[in-house]
Design a protein around this ligand. Structure first.
Ligand code: AMP
Length: 388
């Protein structure tokens, strides 16, 4: 989960920035101000209790805030994460937030503070007041809201400074500039807790089928070089034309091409919880490339899993697949299947050996029904998430 709190005085642009982030990263947006206004509009008891305080620009009690926020969090506990706007606003609420996050077995990644001078806040809010329809966007109430902010909310920053998860951004700049900075912080956070799994196994061991299903179950991005190359061949792209022949003969595609394809994938995948690499790295050179690519994104390999099955079983699976609609060009003759097994033995086994020396390579028995193997792999991935 990616949990971010946007902080700053009224008028700093929290709402505007939230709109941009929530869509991009598919987060659940929680604005305590919006939730309170909804309670008021619906005429609930909570709304009734909060109405006068909001009208005067004061802060609503922590009890009310907990009630509205807990419900929303629990109802959306399966989301990609939360973006908090206008919460926490007091020191007590900072502890409340920590407690709520524990309830979901997660924590706040960072607090982004949009900083703006007091007079600039007033100017912006008066301007907004002309169209917002918010009765609290008038000068008297604005001054009150700001004084509540400086008295009660600003001290909350220390809480997050002490935890080392506070980031300040100057909010005087344009919406686009502020967004670019906020985005950079979030990208950094995303890279920190990605679960990146490398799935090894001989051709026919079930990496593809299992990899796709695991990625779907755990919100990971599946990166299969084979599938990406096939897409290029289908599209008859420049890359596709270049690699077609090598591929049909069971040979590996050139590294420059693979690097390009993976780079694109890493750049374009926002909001995923990590990656499952299948069919990469296949050579020692590629293992260095992968380390470099992940490091470039502030991340690294989290887990290496090798699906083990006897070679004869793999050969007979590939032979069987060649008679179905899932047949791959390189399944079609025993010669090609043997070629791929050789390539694995010569080039990929040394990679697994290298990783054995550096990381722990987990071995998972790939013999059994698809569901049995899937459960074994799921257990390993859940351990990986717990260890992040
Ligand atoms: P906002 O939309 O964030 O500017 O909030 C509007 C008003 O709702 C504030 O001036 C407060 O009266 C109230 N409010 C919103 N969030 C909180 C909170 N976390 N704690 C206490 N009062 C809040």
């Amino acid at each position: 989960m990616l949990n971010i709190a946007l902080f700053g005085p009224p008028g700093a642009g929290k709402g505007t920035q939230s709109d941009l982030i929530v869509e991009k990263y598919n987060l659940h947006y929680i604005s305590t101000g919006d939730l309170l206004r909804k309670e008021i509009a619906e005429g609930t008891k909570l709304g009734h209790d909060a109405k006068n305080i909001i009208a005067e620009g004061g802060l609503v009690s922590d009890e009310i805030i907990v009630q509205i926020i807990e419900k929303t969090i629990v109802e959306n506990s399966e989301s990609n994460g939360f973006l908090f706007d206008g919460f926490p606003r007091t020191y007590v609420q900072a502890y409340i937030l920590a407690g709520l996050m524990i309830k979901l077995h997660t924590s706040l990644n960072c607090l982004i503070s949009l900083e703006l001078e007091e007079e600039e806040s007033v100017t912006r809010l008066l301007e907004r007041g002309k169209t917002s329809g918010r009765s609290d966007d008038n000068e008297l109430v604005i001054r009150n809201r700001l004084s509540e902010y400086y008295d009660k909310t600003l001290p909350v920053l220390q809480f997050y400074k002490d935890k080392g998860i506070y980031v300040a951004i100057d909010s005087k700049n344009s919406i686009e500039q502020v967004h670019a900075e906020v985005d950079k912080v979030i990208q950094g956070e995303l890279s920190k807790n990605l679960l990146n799994i490398v799935l090894f196994g001989i051709p026919g061991s079930g990496r593809g089928r299992q990899g796709v299903a695991l990625a779907k179950k755990y919100g990971l991005e599946y990166i299969s070089i084979g599938t990406m190359l096939e897409d290029e061949i289908k599209k008859k792209s420049k890359i596709g034309i270049k690699i077609k022949e090598q591929r049909e003969n069971g040979l590996l595609a050139p590294d420059e091409i693979i690097v390009q394809l993976i780079e694109q994938k890493l750049e374009n995948s926002h909001g995923s919880k990590g990656f499952i690499f299948k069919g990469f790295p296949r050579t020692l050179v590629q293992s260095y490339i992968l380390d470099g690519l992940l490091q470039q994104h502030g991340s690294g390999i989290s887990e290496i899993i090798e699906i083990e099955i006897p070679t004869l079983e793999a050969m007979s699976r590939l032979h069987a697949r060649s008679k179905t609609k899932y047949a791959k060009a390189y399944d079609k003759s025993t010669g090609k299947i043997i070629n791929r097994m050789h390539e694995h033995e010569r080039k990929t086994l040394p990679v697994i050996e290298k990783y054995k020396a550096l990381h722990h390579v987990k071995k998972v028995d790939g013999v059994g029904s698809i569901i049995e193997v899937f459960e074994r792999l799921s257990n390993e991935i859940e351990i990986g998430f717990r260890n992040l």
